[in-house]
Ligand binder design. Structure first.
Ligand SMILES: Cc1cc2nc3c(=O)[nH]c(=O)nc-3n(C[C@H](O)[C@H](O)[C@H](O)COP(=O)(O)OP(=O)(O)OC[C@H]3O[C@@H](n4cnc5c(N)ncnc54)[C@H](O)[C@@H]3O)c2cc1C
Length: 423
C-alpha cells in the first residue's frame, strides 16, 4: 500500500470528500483520505455516503471510488506529526507514517456538552451522540427520549430518533422565541435550509417544542428516569429513558494545533484559499467554524482546488462560501448558550467525567493548567475534549498547548514512531 501522496485529506465527512474529489480532478495528483470511523461519511453522512438520501453524498462517493488516483483509508486515525510532511497514523492492525506534499484538514466538529446535576447518569448522552448511536444500530425503538440543548441539530436528532422508532417526549430548546424568530426570518436568504426546516418541523408535528427552556437536572439512581426542565419561571418534570442533550458544536482543532496552525476564536484560521498559517496545510469544513454541510462542501471544494493548483477554478465557489458563512453567523448568534446554564453546576456536580473531578474542586483553581496539575481534570482518555470546552464555558479557561499523540494510542504505535526515528 502506498504511503506517499501529493495531497492527503484528514476526515471523510462532506468537507474531506469534497476536497479529495476536487483535488483528484484531472487524475494527475495522488490523493488519499484518512478517517478514523469504520466507514466514511463524517457526522451527517455517517455509515457510508453511498447509502445516504442526500444525492451529493452518493455522487461524491461514486466519483471517488471511480477515480483511479484516490486511496481511501477508513478506520485510520491520525495521531501526530512525525516531521513536517509526515503523519503517524494507526488502524486496527498497525501504525505507519503517511507522507504528503499538501495536507487538507477536514476534521469536523464535536458537541458542546455542559454539566448539570445528573448529567453523568446512564441514559444521558449528547444530542448528536445518541443520533450517532442510533444511526449505528443502537436500539431506541419504543424508548422515551427528551432531546435538549440548542440549535437546529436538535430537530435533526429528533427526526432520526423518531425514524428509528423512539418516542420523542419533548424537544427542549434554550434559545428564546425572539432569537428563533430572527433566525427563521434569515432562512429566507438560504431557501434550501428553509425547506429543510419546514420538512423537519412537519415530520415532528405533535412533539412538544419548548423554547426558552433548558434541562436543570437529570434524575435516577442507576439509570435515568426523568428530567427537570426550566420553562419561563416554571419547572416541568418529564419521564424518559434517554436525555440527548447538546449545546451546539465546536470545531475539532487538536490536529491543527499540534501542527502549529493559528487558531482564532476557537477555529482554525484560514486565508481565502483555505490555507492555514502553516505552509502546505489547508483546512475546510467545521474545523474552520461551524456552519453545516453546505459550507463544509464548498470549503472542501475550494481547499481541494487550491491544493491541486487550480486556484482560478476555486474563485467560482467564493460567493457560495460567503452565503453559507452568513448562515453560520446567524446560527451562532441565535443559538449561543445562555449564561444561566453556568449556574446549573452544584459543588458535587462532576465536570471532568474521565477523572471524576467535581465543580467544587475546580472552582478553586485559577486556570486550566493548574486544574490539570492539581485535580487531573482533562488528563483522562478524552484528554480534555469534553471537559475542556465545559471549563472554558464555566470558568473561562483556555486550554494549553495540545499534547501528542492527539488521542490515546497503542504502545505499539509509539514504538513504531521510535523505530522510525532511529532509521
Ligand atoms: C455528533 C454530530 C452529529 C451531527 N448530525 C448532523 C445532522 O444530523 N444533520 C446536520 O445537518 N448536521 C449534523 N451535524 C453537523 C455536521 O457535522 C456538519 O454539517 C458536517 O458533517 C460537517 O462536515 P465536515 O466534513 O466538516 O466534518 P465531519 O462530518 O464531522 O467529518 C470529519 C471527519 O474527520 C474525522 N477525523 C477527525 N479527526 C481525525 C483524526 N485525527 N484522524 C482521522 N480522522 C479524523 C472524524 O471522525 C469525521 O469522520 C452533526 C455534528 C455532530 C458533531
Amino acid at each position: 500500500m502506498k504511503d506517499s501522496f501529493d495531497i492527503l485529506v484528514v476526515g471523510a465527512g462532506p468537507a474531506g470528500l469534497a476536497a479529495a474529489h476536487a483535488a483528484a480532478q484531472g487524475g494527475t495528483q495522488q490523493v488519499a483520505i484518512v478517517d478514523d470511523n469504520p466507514l466514511a461519511g463524517g457526522q451527517i453522512w455517517r455509515g457510508a455516503p453511498a447509502k445516504q438520501k442526500d444525492q451529493r453524498a452518493r455522487q461524491l462517493w461514486h466519483a471517488l471510488e471511480d477515480a483511479g488516483n484516490v486511496s481511501i483509508l477508513q478506520g485510520t486515525r491520525v495521531l501526530m506529526q512525525t516531521q513536517p510532511g509526515e503523519l503517524l497514523v494507526q488502524d486496527a492492525r498497525q501504525a505507519r507514517t503517511l507522507r504528503y506534499k499538501q495536507l487538507i484538514l477536514a476534521t469536523g466538529a464535536r458537541e458542546l456538552l455542559l454539566p448539570f446535576p445528573g448529567w453523568t447518569l446512564p441514559g444521558v448522552t449528547g444530542a448528536g451522540g445518541l443520533q450517532a448511536l442510533a444511526k449505528g444500530g443502537y436500539p431506541v425503538q419504543g424508548k422515551r427520549v427528551v432531546v435538549a440543548g440548542t440549535g437546529p441539530l436538535l430537530l435533526a436528532v429528533a427526526a432520526t430518533l423518531k425514524e428509528r422508532g423512539a418516542i420523542v417526549a419533548a424537544i427542549v430548546e434554550q434559545a428564546a422565541m425572539p432569537a428563533l424568530a430572527r433566525f427563521a426570518a434569515g432562512l429566507a436568504l438560504t431557501p434550501s435550509k428553509a425547506m429543510q426546516a419546514v420538512g423537519l418541523a412537519a415530520g415532528l408535528r405533535g412533539i412538544p417544542y419548548y423554547t426558552n427552556s433548558y434541562v436543570t437536572m437529570a434524575r435516577g439512581q442507576a439509570q435515568l428516569l426523568s428530567v427537570q426542565v426550566q420553562r419561563a419561571g416554571d419547572k416541568l418534570d418529564i419521564d424518559c429513558d434517554y436525555l440527548a442533550c447538546g449545546y451546539g458544536l465546536l470545531p475539532n482543532t487538536e490536529l491543527a494545533r499540534a501542527l502549529g496552525c493559528e487558531i482564532e476564536q476557537g477555529a482554525v484560521k484560514t486565508d481565502p484559499w483555505q490555507h492555514t498559517s502553516v505552509a502546505n496545510v489547508l483546512c475546510a469544513g467545521e474545523g474552520t467554524g461551524v456552519g453545516g454541510v453546505d459550507l463544509a462542501l464548498v470549503e472542501g471544494h475550494i481547499a481541494g482546488l487550491a491544493a491541486s493548483g487550480h486556484t482560478n477554478e476555486a474563485l467560482a465557489y467564493f460567493a457560495a462560501r460567503d452565503k453559507w458563512r452568513g448562515f453560520a453567523s446567524r446560527l451562532a448568534r441565535a443559538f449561543a448558550p445562555r449564561d444561566a446554564l453556568r449556574a446549573l453546576v452544584q459543588p458535587d456536580t462532576i465536570v471532568c467525567r474521565c477523572e471524576d473531578v467535581c465543580h467544587d474542586e475546580l472552582r478553586q483553581q485559577p486556570s486550566w493548567r493548574s486544574a490539570k496539575l492539581h485535580t487531573r481534570c482533562g488528563m483522562g482518555p478524552c484528554q480534555g475534549r469534553i471537559c475542556g470546552n465545559a471549563t472554558d464555558f464555566l470558568y473561562g479557561w483556555r486550554p494549553d498547548a495540545v499534547r501528542t499523540p492527539i488521542s490515546p494510542a497503542r504502545a505499539g504505535s509509539i514504538i513504531t514512531l521510535e523505530l522510525h526515528k532511529e532509521t
